[in-house]
Design a protein around this ligand. Structure first.
Ligand code: KG4
Ligand code: ZN
Length: 334
């Protein structure tokens, strides 16, 4: 196989991620600029601010990463970018820059699906999971279980009918006054919570199937906070009950998914994959099933350029490339 060196650019939401991946030598360099501080005071991502900040950050990051990788445009075989799903204006920044640089350097541009990036991210680690595997993608925008047979061979086994798991974490964190995005802060608060005080439901686990529904848990947290005894422990105990319910639900559905497709490997990716209690519970379940669980390193659980450079290299090797148009799709199914 011809070795490929690919620059990857991620701008689908509130992180500008840039990386260089070489199919022979692995990840050569990567850098990320997070806009969390920029959107914090608004309690969520403001699309126009996101686009403008990507415009400011993307070229300096490309220069930095190529410098660190010790390469110039001549060394590249392609430029990959996230083409969707995501915020359209934000996507267009990365897509325009990537498409233009690829044209300037005379190499192919490769449009990458953001969720494909997430589900392939564990392939950046050693040992890398072999195909086939079941992927649990749990981010702020998605909760998906996917039967992955090979590159581009994805069958969705189940997804959330309402809020994504990360979205539920963020909304519940907001109820607890924890800021945005509140997932990690909620997980920290839950550490001090008493697991026995409240028991929240495990939505949709009492019937067959692999779909999820997380919006009811946020409502449950709201009513418990409002009606529960107003003591110093209440917030932490609600955080713990919420986290336990989400984790348990994800574990139950992952076990079902592994059994349904007779897979032994589980790949977990997306921001919520950074959750420590989820990791511990999945490790236990997968061990019971006689399988193995794979994660990207923590920093590649959330949005990043490395997963886009990797997915781009694999796609490029498989012959995928885009024309001279600049594709960006806010909605795009896997
Ligand atoms: O994949 P990601 O960076 O962005 C999307 O594409 O959505 O995921 C971000 C999400 C946020 O909802 C954030 O609160 C959640 O992942 N998250 C966590 C943790 N770390 C990040 N949720 C629970 N526990 C964590 N430790
Ligand atoms: Zn993401």
């Amino acid at each position: 196989e011809t070795p490929l060196c690919v620059l990857g650019i991620e701008t689908s939401c509130d992180e500008t991620g840039v990386a260089v991946y070489d199919s022979r030598r692995g990840l050569l360099a990567h850098a990320l600029h997070s806009q969390v501080a920029l959107h914090g005071e608004y309690g969520g991502v403001v699309p126009e601010l996101a686009s403008r900040d990507h415009v400011r950050r993307v070229l300096p990051l490309v220069r930095q990463v190529m410098g660190e990788a010790g390469i110039s445009g001549d060394d590249l075989d392609g430029v990959a970018f996230t083409a969707g799903p995501g915020l359209l204006g934000a996507l267009l920044v990365g897509a325009s820059v990537a498409r233009s640089m690829a044209w300037g350097w005379g190499v192919p541009a490769v449009a990458v699906h953001h969720m494909e990036g997430h589900l392939l991210a564990p392939l950046l680690e050693a040992p890398a999971p072999a195909f086939p595997f079941v992927a649990l993608l749990v981010s702020g925008g998605h909760t998906l279980l996917v039967d992955v047979r090979g590159l581009g061979q994805y069958r969705i086994l189940g997804e959330s009918l309402d809020d994504a798991a990360g979205e539920a974490f963020d909304k519940t964190a907001k109820l607890l006054g924890l800021g945005y995005p509140g997932g990690p802060a909620l997980a920290r608060l839950a550490e001090q919570g008493d697991p026995g005080r409240f028991r929240f439901p495990r939505p949709m686990t009492d019937r067959p199937g692999l779909a999820f529904s997380f919006s009811g848990l946020k409502t449950r947290a709201l009513t418990t906070l409002r009606d529960g005894p107003q003591d110093a422990q209440l917030d932490a105990d609600v955080a713990r009950a919420f986290e336990d319910a989400v984790v348990d639900t994800l574990v139950i559905k992952c076990r079902r998914a592994l059994q349904a497709v007779e897979a032994r490997r589980l790949v977990v990716a997306g921001g919520v994959g950074a959750n420590r209690r989820l990791r511990a519970a999945l490790a236990e379940m997968v061990a019971e099933e006689g399988g193995q669980v794979f994660y990207p390193r923590i920093e590649f659980c959330t949005d990043n350029g490395a997963m886009i450079a990797l997915a781009g290299a694999l796609r490029l090797a498989a012959g995928t490339r885009c024309g001279l148009e600049i594709p960006a799709r806010a909605r795009w199914s896997l």
